[in-house]
Design a protein around this ligand. Structure first.
Ligand code: HAM
Length: 425
């Protein structure tokens, strides 16, 4: 019986993996210029971490977690997102004691959610995210947003839209929460079961319901922006003014609530407006989570971050038809004629590779003509041909495949000659 790949997962094969690597390079290079350092946390965590901190009423916790009991009878969960784990690590490793605050971190790794797979939605996907923990300066909110917009710009995306909202602080949220309950309660019987159970637990999430999106009460629901207290309003205005100063266009959507419980103040999503991108248009989501660090037993350190999946970034790139300049040409292919020359290329190949030259030889016992064909297939820039005669005379024939020029050079000068020629290309 053959075994297939699990639903909602994918193999990333050579040919595509180079695109991932390029995007990862772009993202990590930009993180370096912004002074964010990489953090790697485990793939699984105690289930409690997500239950308590992503939120018990969220879809992620209620329906989507890959939870299992290990042989020591512990309940563990494959991480559905990165923020909770990064904050756990921040607290556990006492990063709040670092004199360099805020602590600026980025991560890149697989996340797991038991969702209904469709285009742009997987059960295993790779999130690239950042978290800046330890500052409540609206300028850091703007920095985080500018960082992700820079990544998208460098990846070649043009058709993207940043949508922001403020969820306010505790006091503003409480006032808004009461207004929402008063608004929905009289007619809650007309809403879906999820919304009914959210009314008391988390009425904000009603605004995010897909099923009842068209209900009249949704359109007239009280806006959080009318309930922001002075501090929250000023904070949000500052974030907006920094975004304007950075030339980052944005729209405000007071119904943007996000699907995780830890957010307050700034919340945002970045959408693709590329035609043919598919039904799910959200590329990136994030926001501020003051209170999460203290909830995990740390000091009262505020935080903000975002995450996007590499899968959706790639899909947006394809939908926009961005040209890729992937350079996967080989530097040098070694062609050998005769047994002795073939044996000699084992060491010669290694010498080239030690100098950083991308090199290859034949392992299929091919004839000379077929070796040249193989060199063509991998788009070799140079082909070096070694026959028995050349080997005896300590020489090798070097052919530039672009110009067709050939020359015979001393065998021990192959590496240095190639290095010079490749640099001139
Ligand atoms: P999230 O909105 O749940 O936020 O996910 C962020 C991003 O992950 C989405 O915008 C999307 O690009 C990607 N994503 C989510 N689920 C899937 C899926 N099933 N398949 C493919 N891509 C997916 C968070 O996870 C927060 N931790 C973000 C954050 C960081 N907030 C503050 N810091």
């Amino acid at each position: 019986m053959s075994v297939n790949i699990p639903r909602g997962t994918q193999d990333i094969l050579p040919g595509t993996v180079e695109k991932w690597q390029r995007l990862e390079r772009i993202a990590t290079d930009i993180c370096r210029t912004y002074q964010y350092k990489e953090i790697r946390t485990p793939i699984f965590e105690h289930t409690e971490l997500f239950q308590r901190n992503v939120g018990n009423t969220t879809d992620i916790v209620q329906k989507e977690m890959y939870t299992f009991t290990d042989r020591g009878d512990r309940s563990l969960t494959l991480r559905p997102e990165g923020t909770a784990a990064v904050v756990r690590s921040f607290v556990e490793n006492k990063m709040y004691g670092d004199p360099n605050q805020p602590v600026k971190l980025y991560y890149n790794g697989p996340m797991f959610r038991y969702e209904r797979p469709q285009s742009g939605r997987y059960r295993q996907f790779v999130q690239f995210g950042v978290e800046a923990i330890g500052s409540e300066d609206p300028a850091i909110d703007a920095e985080v947003l500018s960082l992700v917009m820079d990544i998208y710009r460098a990846a070649g995306l043009k058709k993207i839209e940043l949508v922001v909202n403020s969820l306010g602080d505790q006091e503003s949220r409480q006032a808004h929460r009461e207004a929402l309950i008063n608004h929905f309660e009289p007619q809650i019987g007309e809403f879906c079961e999820d919304c009914q159970s959210r009314l008391e637990k988390n009425p904000l999430r009603i605004l995010d319901c897909k099923k009842d999106r068209e209900h009249e009460l949704m359109k007239t629901a009280p806006s959080i922006l009318d309930y922001l207290n002075d501090y929250s309003r000023t904070y949000f205005e500052k974030v907006q003014s920094y975004l304007t100063a950075l030339d980052i266009p944005f729209t405000i959507d007071p119904t943007l609530v996000r699907g995780l419980d830890y957010y307050n103040h700034t919340a945002f999503e970045i959408m693709s407006s590329a035609e043919g991108f598919g039904a799910i248009t959200t590329l990136c989501g994030g926001g501020r989570y003051n209170g999460l660090v203290s909830q995990m037993g740390g000091p009262d350190a505020p935080g903000i971050g975002f995450a996007f999946s590499m899968e959706r970034l790639l899909a947006a790139i394809e939908a926009e038809g961005v040209e890729w300049q992937t350079d996967d040409r080989l530097d040098c292919y070694l062609v050998s004629v005769g047994e002795k020359a073939k044996d000699y290329t084992v060491k010669l190949l290694h010498d080239l590779r030690l100098e950083g030259i991308e090199a290859e030889r034949d392992y299929q016992n091919r004839k000379v003509k077929a070796q040249f064909k193989a060199a063509d297939r991998v788009q070799a820039r140079f082909v070096a041909v070694l026959g028995e005669d050349e080997l005896e005379q300590n020489k090798i024939n070097l052919k530039d495949m672009e110009t067709g020029e050939q020359e015979e050079i001393p065998l021990d000068e192959l590496t240095s000659t190639l290095l010079k020629k490749l640099e001139a290309k």
